[in-house]
Design a protein. Structure first.
Length: 351
């Protein structure tokens, strides 16, 4: 693994997780007002602005991240992702380099509604607020020019990485106005991709770009989170030095606790957002105790479970955007029950 610069130490408002619940980002609502109400009801301690992919493709994670290019790209006819329209690559590069990072009502209706909800007192019990955006590696893997992803060209990849940093900084500047700690999560499912050929952007460049986006979040005064619900690329996650690691703990819990770097990460004060609530329908309150017991056994075998509890957050494995809306209450209900058990172990107060 390439060496990444040690993150800077920035004065930030203290955030003590101790089992706090939050959302990954997406919700299945088609009403912005209903989504904000759900966040206030089910994630009151660490509310997040909701991404709403059922409203439009522009609200989906990739479409949202590429919103600044909306008039210059189009869905690919074959395969996944988007492609640059014929003859438009120079305007695409110009738009990325001139990006302010602003999210608008056209591709992130939940952001403005979240700000309005906070101003109206909907999140009075919040101890922190959370934002999220797709990372440079994943966005570059989903954007194509002449049949090749931006991830295969250093100049194209660098332009996307700059745009992502702008989106991160824009969000943080808006969110920190509420006066609470800001958690900014970068979503990188493509972090697990292997370098497919010699012409691809080398791994060191990918990881350095991601490390820079996380450092930008820190420099702006936020806690930098890194979420990856794909195959568990723990080595790469630790390499870019996030403040918070978020992963699919339903699948990867034992692998995490068996990794010496995980133990060191927590020992050094890192926060872990365990995506331990399966993102699927059919959950019940009965699942909460069995999920917690599984987590407790794994944590106890790895070290001091109280320490792990103090540095833990609880989430679903992934966003809830593709579930039935009725699943939102059930998923967060299970997460809240697990949170109470972890919080009791950590010795923290219940919200």
């Amino acid at each position: 693994m390439p060496s990444i610069a040690v993150p800077s130490r920035i004065n930030r408002k203290p955030f003590l997780p101790a089992g706090a619940v939050t959302g990954i980002g997406s919700l299945p609502h088609t009403s912005v007002a209903s989504a904000i109400t759900s966040v206030a009801e089910f994630s009151p301690e660490v509310p997040f602005w909701p991404q709403l992919p059922r409203i439009s493709e522009r609200e989906a994670a990739i479409g949202q991240g590429l919103g600044v290019l909306a008039d210059l790209i189009e869905p690919r006819n074959e395969g996944y992702g988007y492609q640059v329209k014929a003859g438009r690559v120079e305007p695409v590069l110009d738009a990325l380099h001139r990006s302010t990072g602003e999210l608008t009502s056209a591709n992130a209706a939940g952001f403005g509604a979240f700000e309005e909800g906070y101003s109206s007192g909907m999140f009075a019990s919040a101890s922190a607020v959370k934002g999220q955006i797709e990372g440079p590696i994943t966005l570059s893997a989903y954007l194509f020019h002449r049949g090749q992803p931006f991830l295969s060209d250093p100049a194209l990849f660098a332009a996307v990485a700059f745009h992502v940093s702008q989106m991160i900084c824009w969000q943080i500047d808006r969110l920190k106005s509420v006066g609470l700690p800001v958690l900014l999560f970068v979503d990188e499912p493509a972090l697990s991709l292997e370098v497919p050929c010699a012409n691809s952007v080398p791994e060191e460049m990918r990881l350095n770009a991601l490390a820079v986006t996380l450092e930008d979040a820190r420099t702006r005064g936020a806690y930098a989170g890194l979420h990856c619900c794909a195959a568990r690329p723990f080595e790469r996650m630790y390499c870019v030095k996030p403040d918070i690691i978020s992963f699919d703990a339903h699948e990867g819990l034992d692998l995490f606790f068996a990794d010496w770097r995980a133990l060191d990460f927590v020992q050094q004060g890192g926060t872990v957002a365990y995506g331990i609530v399966p993102t699927r329908p059919g959950l019940s309150a009965v699942d909460s105790a069995s999920i917690f017991i599984r987590w407790l056994k794994a944590a106890s075998l790895a070290g001091d479970p109280n320490k792990f509890a103090q540095n833990a957050m609880v989430t679903a494995t992934c966003g809830l955007g593709m579930l039935d809306p009725s699943s939102v209450a059930v998923s967060f209900g299970v997460a809240q029950n697990i949170s109470k058990l972890i919080r009791s172990l950590a010795g923290g107060p219940h919200p």
